[in-house]
Write a protein that binds this ligand. Structure first.
Ligand code: NAP
Length: 477
C-alpha cells in the first residue's frame, strides 16, 4: 500500500518515502511519505480552519458523526485488523481485539460529546459580593497535536482523536513511522463519517523531523503523547508553553500473597497472558512478579507449564499466541537484557531463545537482581521476571522500587492486605485479584512518576482537552 498524508482532506504524496515492513518476516507492507516541517505547517494551518468549522457543529452533531465513525469502523473490522497484523506484527486475534476496543473508544467519546459541561459559580459566597451570577464552561483548546506509538496504533490514536473531536477541537496526528498506514485509514474514516476535512490531519514521517515540528509549533495548543519516557521528556523540553498529556512506559509489578496457593494455576495463566500479549509490547505488560516465598517454587512451576503451551510464530495464523517484536533492534536489546540479568545471577527457567530476527520465545527469568535492566527499566518484550519476597511489606516495597508508576496488581484474599497495597503502591491504577495489564477504555488511565502526566479514557481526556472559561453577570446594573 502506498501511504499518503492527509492535509485538509487531500492526499499528499512525497518523493522521499519511508518503508514499512512486516515484523514477522521483514517483507514490504507499504510506504509512507517522509513529511517535514513544511507539511506540519500546512497541516496546522488546515487545523486552524478546521477548528473554526468545528465551532459550527453542535454537540449533537459531533455525537452523531462519532457514532457513524464507530459504525464504519465496526463494518471494516477485518480489514483494519489485517493491516494491524502486517504493520505491528500482532496476532490476528489481538488485532481483532484492538479494533473492537477502538469501536468502543469512539462510541464512548461520542457519548462524551453531550457532556462537555461546566457548573454554576457561587460568586456571592465571597464577602461583600451581591447580585453577581454566573458559571464556567469547558471550551475546546483549538489545535491539538496527537503523537502515537507503534503498539496500538488504532485504539491509542482513537483515545486522543475521538475525545479531542468530541470536545470540538481540530487535530494533527503524527503516528509512529512503523504503523502509520492504519492511522491514515482512520483519518479518512473520520472525514468520511462527517468531520470537516480540515479538522482531521495526518502527517507521516520521522519523530525527530515531523514530530518535532509539530511539538514546537506555537499554534498547537496541546500535545497529547503516548510513547516512551525518553521521547516524552524531549517533547516537554522542546514544546514550550502548551498543555501536555503524557502516557509513558512502565515495568508493571504484581504481588502474589501467601494465601493464594489454591489459585496459583489461574494466577499463573493470567500473569503469563499479561506478560506475553503482543509479545510483551504493552505499556502495562506484567514485567515484575513478586511471589510470597512460601509459594515461589509452586508458582514458577505453574507459570512455566502454562508458558510452554503458548504457540509462537506467524501472527497471521489464528492458532498463534505470541508473534514477533517490532524490529530486529528491539529483539537485540531484549536478548541483551536477558543475558545481562543472567550474568548478574538470574536464571532462565523457560524460553530465552531467539527464533528469528524478531521472534523471541516467551521467557521466564527468576531471581533477577534489582540492578539488572530487566528489573529496573521497561523491557517491552516477552519476558517476565519472577522474584520471591518474604512479606506483603516487602512486596509493596519491591513494586515501588521503580521509576515508573502506571498500574500494579495484587492477588490476595485478605482485604486489609489489598487496602494496604492500594494505599501504599505509587501507581495510577491498582488491580486487586487482577493483573496490572487490565484496562477498559472508559476508566481513568494514566501514570504517576515517570509513567506520565494526565489521564486518558474519553471522559478524562475531554477534561484534559478543554479549558475553563468563567462567565459572570452583574444583575444589579
Ligand atoms: P517512542 O519511540 O517514544 O515513539 C512514540 C511516538 O513519538 C512515535 O510516533 C515517534 O515517531 C514519535 N517521536 C519520536 N521522537 C520524537 C520527537 N523528538 N518529537 C516528537 N515525536 C517524536 O515509542 P514507541 O516505541 O512507538 O512506543 C513504545 C513506548 O510507548 C513504550 O515505552 C510504551 O510503554 C509506551 N506506551 C505507553 C502507553 C500508555 O498508555 N502509557 C501505551 C502504549 C505505549 P517515530 O515512530 O517516527 O520515531
Amino acid at each position: 500500500m502506498k501511504g499518503y498524508m492527509l492535509i485538509a482532506g487531500k492526499k499528499v504524496f512525497k518523493k522521499e518515502e519511508i518503508e514499512i515492513h512486516f515484523p514477522y518476516d521483514g517483507s514490504l507492507v507499504g510506504t509512507i511519505p517522509r513529511g517535514d516541517s513544511k507539511d506540519v505547517e500546512l497541516a496546522v494551518e488546515s487545523a486552524k480552519v478546521g477548528f473554526e468549522k468545528m465551532k459550527e457543529l453542535t454537540a449533537y452533531e459531533r455525537f452523531r458523526i462519532l457514532e457513524r465513525a464507530a459504525r464504519l469502523l465496526s463494518k471494516r473490522s477485518r480489514k483494519f485488523a489485517q493491516l494491524l497484523v502486517m504493520e505491528v506484527g500482532k496476532t490476528i486475534n489481538e488485532a481483532m481485539g484492538e479494533v473492537g476496543r477502538a469501536v468502543n473508544t469512539i462510541t464512548l467519546s461520542a457519548e462524551e460529546a453531550k457532556r462537555v459541561l461546566g457548573e454554576e459559580v457561587r460568586f456571592d459566597a465571597a464577602p461583600g459580593v451581591k447580585g453577581k451570577v454566573g458559571f464556567y464552561r469547558r471550551v475546546p483548546l483549538g489545535v491539538i497535536g496527537c503523537i502515537t506509538p507503534f503498539n496500538f496504533p488504532l485504539n491509542l490514536t482513537c483515545h486522543k482523536v475521538a475525545p479531542a473531536l468530541a470536545a470540538g477541537n481540530a487535530v494533527v496526528i503524527k503516528p509512529s513511522e512503523n504503523t502509520s498506514l492504519t492511522v491514515i485509514k482512520l483519518g479518512e474514516l473520520l472525514i468520511e463519517a462527517g468531520f470537516p476535512p480540515e479538522a482531521v490531519n495526518v502527517v507521516t514521517g520521522y519523530g525527530e523531523e515531523a514530530g518535532d515540528a509539530l511539538v514546537r509549533h506555537p499554534d498547537v495548543r496541546m500535545i497529547t503523547f503516548t510513547g516512551s519516557v525518553q521521547t516524552g521528556k524531549i517533547i516537554m523540553s522542546r514544546g514550550g508553553l502548551k498543555k501536555y498529556a503524557m502516557e509513558l512506559g512502565s515495568n508493571a509489578g504484581v504481588y502474589i500473597d501467601k494465601d493464594q496457593k489454591e489459585k496459583l494455576p489461574q494466577i499463573a495463566e493470567k500473569v503469563a497472558r499479561g506478560g506475553f500479549a503482543l509479545a510483551g509490547q504493552v505499556c502495562i505488560s506484567v514485567q515484575r512478579v513478586f511471589v510470597h516465598s512460601s509459594l515461589f517454587e509452586d508458582f514458577v512451576k505453574e507459570v512455566v507449564e502454562f508458558t510452554r503451551k503458548l504457540k509462537v510464530g506467524d501472527p497471521r495464523l489464528e492458532e498463534t499466541d505470541v508473534g514477533p517484536v517490532i524490529d530486529k533492534g528491539a529483539a537485540d536489546r531484549i536478548m541483551e537484557w536477558i543475558e545481562e540479568a543472567v550474568s548478574l545471577g538470574a536464571e532462565v527457567v523457560c524460553g530465552g531463545k531467539r527464533l528469528s530476527d524478531t521472534l523471541i520465545e516467551p521467557t521466564v527469568v527468576i531471581n533477577v537482581p534489582r540492578e539488572a535492566r530487566l528489573f529496573r527499566s521497561e523491557v517491552f518484550g516477552p519476558v517476565i521476571a519472577v522474584n520471591g519476597v518474604n512479606s506483603l511489606e516487602e512486596g509493596i516495597e519491591a513494586v515501588n522500587d521503580s521509576p515508573y508508576g502506571l498500574q500494579a496488581g495484587i492477588f490476595t484474599d485478605n482485604i486489609k492486605a489489598a487496602f494496604k497495597f492500594a494505599e501504599e503502591v505509587e501507581c495510577g491504577g491498582i488491580m486487586v485479584n487482577e493483573i496490572p495489564t487490565f484496562r477498559v477504555d472508559q476508566m481513568p488511565y494514566g501514570g504517576v512518576k515517570e509513567s506520565g502526566i494526565g489521564r486518558e479514557g474519553p471522559k478524562f481526556a475531554v477534561e484534559e482537552m478543554t479549558e475553563i472559561k468563567t462567565i459572570c453577570f452583574d444583575t444589579t446594573l
